[in-house]
Structure formats: C-alpha cells, structure tokens
Design a protein around this ligand. Structure first.
Ligand SMILES: O=P(O)(O)OC[C@H]1O[C@H](O)[C@H](O)[C@@H](O)[C@@H]1O
Length: 614
C-alpha cells in the first residue's frame, strides 16, 4: 500500500464498528434511514481537507487523528448563506446525463447556481441513490471523487465529500483526475487502492467557461443516465430542505472516512500496459516517435509524462499541460477551432510525428498527423473505424447524427463495416451500441463527431485517452513490423474518405418567451418547426428525406445534405450543412430559410447571413 495511498483518515473505524445496529439497518432500509439521518449536524460531519495542503499540515492531521480513534470529523459546514430553493431550481441543474451549474461569480448575469450547500445535497442524494441501488451489499459503500482543473474544484470537492458523509458513505479522493479514470475506478479490482469504488463522482463541466462546474456520476454499470440524474436532483431538493433547517441539525449521524489515493497511477499504467501488449510486450514501443500533447490546461497533462514517456516517446513541445482553471491559452475542446489550430501549430513547429489534444476532463480527444492534417470529427471516426474494423471485420460502427454521407460510404464500401448513424449525445451512441449487441448485432465502437468515443473492449468506457491509445497501438505495431515511421500509417488508413468542401453548423435559437410559443415548451415548438419543414420538403423533387433517421430531419439535395434537429439541451435548432461548393450550401440553407420563415420565435439571423453571403 505504501506509495499508493497518500493519507488515510480512517478515523471512524471504531465508531462504525461499535455501531453495527445502525449499519445493518441502514444497509437494509437506506431510504428510510436517510430520512431519519437527515438533516445531520454539519458542524460535526465534515472533514476540512485540502488536497493541496502541504505535507507538514497533513502529518499534523494524521497525528491528531491517530491519537483519537473515535474522533468525530471536524466542524466545517460551508459558510455560504443557504438560499431557499425548490425542486425546480434543482431540476434546472440537469444537463442531459450530467449536472451543470455556475460555481463561481465573475460573469455578469450568471449568478451562482451550484453553491456548496447545493453541492452537499446533490452528493448526499447520490449517496442515498447508491445505497438504494446496492441494497444487497453487506459492507460499507465507498465513492471515489475526482476533479478537473477548474478554479472551483477544491471547494466542490470538499462539499461533495461532506455530502457523501451525510449519507454515511466513505469517500476516496483522487485529486486531479479524468472522467474516464473515475468510471474505471468502479471496475478496478485492487483493494490497496480502495477499488472497486461502489460509485464515482467526477467534478467537471467539460469545456464550459471557467465559472461553471458540475458532476458526472458512475457505477460499474457505466455513467448514470437522464432518469437517474433527475431522481438524484429530486432527492437533493428534499435533502437540501432538511440540511438548511438549523433546528434539525442536532441529530445524530454516522461519520465517514476520507482517504486520498493516487489512483491516476493505476489508470495510466493500464494505458501503458495496453500499448505494450499490442506491440508484443515491447517495453518502449514508441521509442523514436515525437508526440506532442496539448491538454489545454485541463486534466489531461498526465498523458505526456505518465503514458507517452514510459513508452519511449519524445514529448518535447507539448503545451498547456499544467492545470489552470482559467484556461488562459485556449478552450480545452477539440471542437474548438483555436484549440485545433494550437495543436496543429505545435506539431508543425516541433516537426512532430503526431499531436494529441484533449478536452478538460479527457473524455474527448483528437489528433493531428505530421503534415498538420487533423484527425477530428468525421476523420477521427474514419480512423478509429478503420482500426476497429481490422480487428472486427464487418462490425457496426455507431455514430452521432451529424456524421457525413462520405463517412457512411467509407465505412461501408471501403472498410466493409456497417454505419449506424444514430442520435447526437455520447450517452445515446454508447447505449445504442450496447443495445445492438444485446439484440445480436455486433458493435465494437460508439463514437461522436465531438471526440467522445467508447470501445466494447474497454467496457464501453467513454475515454479520450483510450481512443488515443488505439492510435498509438497502430503506430507502435507499424514500427515493430518495420513499416516506416511517422504518422503515415494513420494517414493511409483514412485514404479514400470523401470530404465535403463546405461543412457548417448554424445554431438557430428559439426564443422561449416569444408569444408564438403560447406557453408551450420550446421542445414542442421545435418539433412543430421540424414537422413543418418535413411536410414542405416531401413534395420537392430536388430533395430526398433520409428514410432512416433517428433525430430531426435529414435531407439530401444539391450534391450535399442538411440535418435540422433539436439540441439535446438548449432551446436551439442546430442546422448542419455539408456541400461540395458554397453555392450548394447556400441552396440548402435557402430551403430551410424558406420553410421556417413563418416561425417567428426562431432566430434565423445566421441563416440570413449565409443565404445573403452569396
Ligand atoms: O445537441 P447539442 O446542443 O448540439 O449538444 C450535443 C452535445 O451535448 C453535450 O455536449 C454532450 O456531451 C455531447 O455528447 C453532445 O454531442
């Protein structure tokens, strides 16, 4: 265990050993017990730990704790004023299968919606949900918690730990971590790292601005979906009411332990092992390769020193590896133009073989070859499809809805696979791939143009770092087979992918307060728009509506296509257009502009700019 667990604050072991009666009952009836347990005396329940504390501070804590085995955790409820919030306020924090909110002030018009007490209530609710789900478990449950580089990470980490303590769960803090590592911790079998965790929480808001933050939740079954997130937020609203009631805080509670573990070393050594194995157990299969990493000051900086260097790669010229929650260089997001320009420049300036870029929490990635050509969006999917279809001939590749027609013919005609173009949303594509397998259709890859991707061989873990490992395997194998160096082997794999001359996305906003909505939900209004576009196009001989389509309306015409759909989260109709010339893109834009013109709540400025640009 030495060197693995940084500190272990198992101060409450004797408390809960003495409290078997409590334990048995709480395992059997977690929900019922929570209602008597809550609200708890927050003055007593929380450790005030700071992962960036210096060593001497920590040893002082350890000394105190080891001397008092029945020590009740130090009093540190958040000092923030507790605003009055109801269920709706909590439900507003749901963003698909994530929770997102504003964690710090600083942006005008964006008040804090994720203060510490709300965070505590959400974490307590996840604990409650987990206890309910794992009723049958006879041991005490533990939850791993990690965070990205955001400036609010530490505050929220402490609030999450307190909240889990409220539910009587043990907390295992990983510090700076990636989202996929958190899921991985629910699968790892290694008691010396306190794994598997029964549940995991990642504190992140992906690529959103510095003032935001949020949570993703995992169990060994994968990331929680929309229904469970709603359930957790509803529970959180109830818990919150009780947490803010001063009179009730005096009741008894069970203490929880907080342990800090260097789990990222387990996770990264898994990635290193995967590449070594694919290269026939060579110790340094990337020796001689020069690979630059751009972590955008998010959590992905580990990839250079902890993955590439042990494999023998040179990583000089890597940039923005140090965590900085103000993201001073560019948005950590492979979909961002400036981010892709930054990594491309780094590759060219350093004459590197390959560039790798991650989003803030490393569940998304993209690459750049030695000539500065991006493996991003459709080209990243084409590359991964080529690799996976070599390993699993004929398999189905599940993608999101905005993928190009060229990608379909590449996967089906060149690679001999099947392209199942499904819906937008990483959870949607992963769940669809799992469903296909369950009904007998083999699928090994679920991937989005956004850079989210998951493989069956990797437990359907949505992992940007593992996607890059698949690419590294290819480089290493080519080197081992004496097939030259550089990234040519990768570039060759996407040879034949037809790419459009023009690819654009316009996001048409729906004004939620417009009288035309007549009090209805923006989604209903959006559906009406889509139905109307579909009806108007049906009779147009120049246009063909895609017969198989899972969201919105996809139409081919003028040598290209467009897809108009409802955003997963926002009051927006995103419109994707791909065409072989600007003129053709404008023609497709005009089709949409003409058919939606009577929908006054729809902001069509972006469309007008396009159609008037010619
Ligand atoms: O529907 P949109 O607004 O384009 O958003 C769609 C995107 O939402 C989130 O960012 C998800 O993480 C992505 O997986 C998804 O693709």
């Amino acid at each position: 265990m030495e060197g693995k667990v940084f500190q272990n604050f198992n101060v409450v072991q004797s408390c809960y050993r003495q409290n078997k009666q409590f334990k048995t009952r709480y395992q059997r009836e977690p929900d019922l017990f929570m209602s008597t347990l809550l609200p708890c005396p927050r003055e007593k329940m929380a450790f005030n730990l700071n992962s960036s504390m210096r060593a001497h501070t920590l040893s002082k804590y350890q000394f105190v704790l080891s001397k008092q085995r029945t020590f009740y955790c130090n009093a540190t409820s958040s000092s923030a004023t507790v605003p009055s919030l109801d269920k709706n306020d909590f439900l507003k924090l749901q963003n698909g299968s994530d929770i997102r909110g504003v964690a710090v002030t600083g942006v005008e018009g964006e008040p804090v919606s994720l203060p510490e007490p709300v965070t505590e209530a959400i974490a307590a609710a996840f604990g409650q949900w987990l206890l309910h789900k794992k009723k049958a478990e006879s041991r005490r449950l533990r939850v791993s918690v990690g965070h990205d580089s955001r400036i609010s990470a530490q505050t929220l980490l402490e609030a999450v730990s307190r909240g889990l303590g409220v539910s009587g769960l043990d907390v295992v803090q990983f510090g700076l971590a990636s989202t996929p590592a958190m899921f991985n911790s629910t699968l790892t079998e290694d008691e010396s790292f306190l794994c598997p965790a029964d549940g995991a929480i990642m504190i992140t808001a992906s690529h959103l601005p510095y003032n935001r933050n949020g949570f993703k939740f995992f169990t060994s079954d994968g990331g929680l979906g929309k229904v469970d997130i709603k359930n957790i937020l509803e529970r959180a609203a109830d818990i919150y009411k009780k947490l803010s009631d001063e009179n009730l805080r005096k009741s008894q509670r069970e203490s929880s332990s907080i342990t800090k573990v260097d789990y990222m070393s387990v996770y990264t050594s898994g990635l290193v092992k995967a590449v070594r194995k694919a290269a026939g157990d060579l110790e340094k299969p990337l020796e001689g390769f020069h690979i630059v990493v751009d972590a955008g000051n998010g959590a992905g900086g580990f990839f250079a020193a902890k993955v590439l260097e042990p494999l023998g790669a040179i990583t000089s010229g890597s940039q923005f590896l140090e965590p900085d929650g103000m993201f001073p260089n560019h948005i950590p997001n492979p979909e961002d133009k400036a981010a892709m320009e930054a990594i491309t420049k780094a590759v060219l300036d350093n004459k590197a073989d390959l560039g790798i870029i991650f989003d803030t929490d490393v569940d998304r990635s993209a690459a750049v070859d030695s000539s500065g050509r991006e493996f991003n969006r459709n080209r990243l999917i084409a590359l991964l499809s080529a690799i996976v279809l070599e390993e699993h001939p004929g398999t189905t590749i599940v993608t999101d809805s905005v993928t190009s027609d060229g990608l379909t013919s590449f996967i089906e005609k060149k690679l001999g696979g099947k392209h199942h173009r499904f819906k937008r949303g990483y959870k949607n594509v992963i769940d669809e791939a799992i469903r296909l397998n369950s009904v007998g259709e083999e699928s090994h890859l679920a991937i989005e143009t956004s850079g989210h991707g998951a493989l069956k061989e990797n437990h359907w873990l949505d992992d940007g770092a593992y996607l890059m490992v698949k690419i590294l395997n290819k480089l290493a194998a080519a080197r081992a087979a004496g097939q030259g160096s550089g990234s040519k082997v990768l570039t060759d794999l996407v040879e034949g992918l037809e790419e459009p001359k023009v690819a654009l996305e316009l996001r048409l906003k729906i004004d939620k307060n417009h009288p035309d909505l007549e009090g209805s939900d923006f989604r209903e209004y959006g559906e009406k728009v889509l139905q109307h576009v579909s009806n108007s196009i049906e009779t147009n001989p120049n246009l063909i509506i895609a017969p198989v389509n899972y969201e919105g309306i996809r139409v081919s015409g003028f040598g290209g296509w467009f897809l108009l759909r409802l955003s997963l989260h926002d009051p927006v109709l995103p419109l994707n257009i791909e065409a072989q010339s600007e003129d053709d893109a404008v023609k497709l834009g005009l089709v949409v502009a003409t058919t939606v013109k009577e929908f006054n709540a729809l902001d069509t400025c972006a469309l007008s700019n396009l159609t008037h640009s010619s």
